[in-house]
Design a protein around this ligand. Structure first.
Ligand SMILES: Nc1ncnc2c1ncn2[C@@H]1O[C@H](COP(=O)(O)OP(=O)(O)OP(=O)(O)O)[C@@H](O)[C@H]1O
Length: 806
């Protein structure tokens, strides 16, 4: 079939036959194919005759037939491959004949389509498959294959060669036909199998056995459900939605515009609502914030008020505690006073004198219970920088900080700065009164300058201190019952010298000795003392106890002593076995170094104080206090009054006399301070204690004393001091009424015993008893110091305002 590919008839036939559609059944295709191949006349014959009665063969070219065959085979091959496992093409046995045939056909088709093939076909030559046909495994070998040569080449060959070629071509044709037949059989077999498979697939479909079919069923069901839901939605849309189909376009447009208007309106409403909501939210937030602020402020105010209330409560508690302590101390004082009064009254009125034994009264007992040595602390008004805290009351504490080191002291009693003189004395009154029961008591003040020793011991006239109150209490107590004899002595201890300030004439240094065992403690041989019958007498003679050592002795029952008057010398050791009350102001004479404290552990102070304390301590003295009626040889009141202050009992010396000692006395007082503590420290103390005015006073004192201590005016000591204290006595020693009653000097035998050292030889460690405080306070009056001061002293420097007369 030398059909021209360009032939329109062939093209139409080709188109008519066309390429196999995917949905074209295989049987139809096969019929079409077998119709082509099964007719030998269909193929191009050597002579080019057209055979075939059906004419259909003439419409299909060989090329198209081959193409269809190839398509068919490829479809079948693909079906085979998909139905089973792919064959291993490397094994000749596994290569399917269909593949072999297909390969050869494709090679032939390629040759036919090539220009050379076309030319050969047009010239009637056979194709030469050699070198062009792929030779799959199992295909005829090259030797077997006919060597198709072009017709023009055949023309140049000899007839036997052509014959041979023709035979080869025929063999090939037969081979192809055989293979086609075989292929046809296989196709039939596969067709049968396909039918069986289809039957199986139908059965599987009915059973729903395979997963894929299940999946398909599932998808189909889903599809059905979707279709149903789609139809339902469509119905709903038709039912509820706008009847688009029933409305006119204009109505549709109007409805659309209306809907748009509504939508716009809804959007506007939404925006307005949003704005309103935002505003309301902001307002609410602001309101809540303000409320929170208000609550916070209220809470702050409440917290502040609570704090204040807490502080008030604390203050109340502390006030209550203090008041409780004060009430307690007051009650204790009252109880002790009552007990003392009770015991004193009982002793004085009920028991005969000879039956009155050693003091067993409650005051003494109370003292013993409280302790022989009691340390009380009085805080001065104004908080010093070193004071950290204090707990006033019994067993109170004081916490100080000095050079960064804090120390806490516990004392028998701590008086707060607000404590009055009355409160302080109330705590000491039992001790004072116990003197009447035979106890020896020594009260001394000790402390840095300006800390209130003088104030506590003496006090201003309108608010007297311990000493005046003690005297008053004593004389008041003595006036209630019993008979007592009070004597007064005054000593100065300075530079280890004990001088009798009441001795007539220039006082000598007295020896202080330790008495024999069992005969008392300290003996001051040759000490002068005066009898003081009552308080008025003392007042007439001098201002009562201006801080000097004051010894009050109960009357001694020594026979014949009455005749000695109110002045006597202590000759017998037993004569010291009486109760005595000493008021001592150490006036900075005691060094504060710890080492020196250790030197006197028993007394906690210097030897002088030790001497005072050892003079009987607070224990009842050995021996029985003897009393006698006051009428039996009482003191000469008039004489004492004259001796102390003139006939009228007043210290009425001439102005010159009064003025004379003031500078010297003042210089002595300040000089004592200056020498006891080397200049700078004393000045610092003065400055610290009394303000800037102290410096000028000290400077004046130094000018008076001179740089070496021997100033223009000598320091006042001994008799000069006595004269300063008792100017009226200074002028008339020979006329001194006390002089006539002077006892003989100390007999030699009284000097036995050990000589006591009162203090150290160290000039810094001097004990000064009384005399510093013996300065008449009027000497320190600004009126008297006018000529000494530059610049003037502030009035606050002085303890209290005094009248011009004073
Ligand atoms: N409890 C107090 N209440 C009121 N004033 C006080 C008190 N204690 C001390 N003062 C005042 O402090 C000043 C110094 O007191 P004071 O002279 O008694 O001290 P001092 O210890 O005796 O000093 P110095 O050792 O120098 O003699 C005085 O003006 C005194 O009035």
């Amino acid at each position: 079939a030398a059909g021209d590919p360009e032939d329109p008839a062939q093209s139409a036939g080709c188109k008519r036959g066309g390429r196999r559609r995917p949905d074209q059944p295989t049987a139809e295709l096969w019929t079409e194919l077998t119709g082509l191949v099964g007719l030998p006349g269909c193929s191009e014959s050597e002579d080019g005759r057209e055979e075939g009665a059906e004419g259909r063969a003439t419409e299909v070219s060989l090329e198209e037939a081959l193409v269809r065959l190839a398509e068919f085979l490829s479809v079948q091959l693909g079906a085979e491959e998909s139905s089973g496992s792919p064959p291993d093409l490397t094994k000749p046995s596994d290569v399917p004949p269909l593949l072999t045939v297909t390969g050869q056909l494709l090679a032939l088709l390629a040759w036919i389509r090539s220009p050379r093939g076309r030319q050969a076909l047009s010239q009637g030559t056979q194709p030469a498959l050699e070198g062009q046909c792929p030779t799959p495994v199992g295909s005829p070998s090259r030797e077997e294959s006919p060597s198709l040569s072009p017709r023009d080449e055949a023309q140049g060959q000899n007839p036997p060669q052509l014959e041979e070629d023709r035979r080869a071509w025929q063999r090939l044709e037969q081979l192809i036909l055989g293979q086609l037949e075989e292929l046809k059989q296989q196709l039939e077999l596969q067709e049968e199998e396909l039918g069986r498979l289809r039957l199986g697939v139908g059965f599987s479909l009915r059973q729903g056995a395979t997963d894929s079919e299940k999946r398909v069923q599932h998808l189909t069901l889903e599809n059905e459900a979707l279709k149903q839901s789609l139809s339902l939605m469509r119905d709903l849309l038709l039912h509820w939605g706008p009847a688009a189909s029933t409305r006119a376009p204009q109505e549709e447009a109007e409805a659309l515009v209306e809907l748009q208007g509504r939508l716009q309106e809804a959007q506007d409403t939404t925006e307005a609502l949003q704005v309103q909501l935002q505003q309301e939210t902001e307002q609410n937030c602001r309101r809540e914030l303000q409320q929170m602020h208000g609550q916070l402020a209220g809470l702050r105010a409440r917290m502040a008020s609570l704090r204040q209330g807490c502080g008030d409560l604390r203050g109340l508690v502390s006030t209550f505690t203090q008041s409780c302590q004060c009430s307690l101390s007051e009650a204790r004082g009252q109880v002790s006073w009552a007990l003392g009064a009770l015991s004193a009254g009982r002793g004085g009125t009920q028991l005969p004198e000879e039956q009155r034994g050693p003091p067993t009264g409650c005051p003494g007992r109370l003292l013993e219970l409280k302790g022989n040595i009691r340390v009380l602390c009085r805080l001065r008004p104004g908080t010093p920088s070193s004071l950290v805290s204090s707990e006033p009351g019994p067993s109170g504490t004081v916490t100080t900080c000095y050079r960064g080191r804090q120390r806490r002291f516990r004392l028998d009693w701590v008086f707060s700065p607000e404590a009055s003189q009355e409160e302080v004395f109330r705590e000491l009154e039992p001790a004072v009164l116990s003197c009447l029961r035979g106890y020896s008591v020594c009260i001394f003040t000790y402390g840095q300058t300006g800390t209130g020793k003088t104030y506590s011991m003496e006090g201003p006239p309108e608010d007297p201190g311990i000493a005046p109150r003690a005297l008053q209490s004593l004389f008041q107590e003595m006036g209630t019952g019993g008979q007592h004899r009070v004597t007064l002595s005054m000593v100065e201890i300075y530079n280890e010298a004990v001088r009798d300030l009441l001795a007539p004439g220039p006082p000598e240094r007295l020896a202080v000795r330790q008495g024999p065992a069992g005969q008392g403690g300290i003996q001051v041989a040759g000490l002068t003392y005066w009898d003081v019958p009552n308080l008025e007498t003392l007042h007439q003679g001098r201002r009562p106890c201006s801080g000097q050592v004051l010894s009050l002795r109960p009357p001694d029952a020594e026979p014949g002593e009455e005749q000695q008057g109110h002045r006597r010398h202590l000759q017998e050791p037993a004569q010291l076995s009486v109760a005595c009350l000493g008021h001592t102001d150490l006036a900075r004479g005691v060094p504060t170094a710890r080492a020196r404290h250790r030197r006197h552990p028993a007394s906690g102070g210097p030897g002088g104080i030790r001497a005072c304390l050892e003079g009987g301590g607070s224990r009842p003295v050995a021996g029985r206090p003897r009393r006698r009626p006051a009428s039996a040889g009482g003191p000469d009141h008039q004489s004492l009054a004259a001796g102390l202050g003139g006939r009228d009992g007043r210290a009425a010396g001439p102005p010159a006399t009064r003025a004379l000692p003031r500078l010297a006395a003042h210089a002595t007082a300040a000089a004592g301070a200056g020498t006891r503590r080397h200049g700078g420290a004393a000045a610092a103390d003065l400055h610290a204690a009394r303000g800037p005015g102290g410096d000028s006073v000290l400077a004046e004192v130094r000018r008076a004393r001179g740089p070496s201590g021997a100033g223009a005016r000598p320091a006042l000591q001994g008799p000069a001091l006595r004269d300063a204290l008792l100017p009226q006595h200074r002028h008339a020693p020979h006329r001194d009424p006390l002089h006539a009653h002077a006892a003989p000097r100390q007999p030699p035998e009284s000097r036995r015993g050990e000589r006591l050292r009162l203090g150290s030889r160290d000039p810094k460690e001097r004990v000064l008893l009384a005399w510093t405080r013996a300065l008449p306070t009027e000497l320190l009056h600004p009126h008297n110091l006018l000529d000494l001061r530059d610049p003037p002293l502030p009035s606050s420097w002085f303890p209290c305002p005094r009248s011009e007369e004073d």
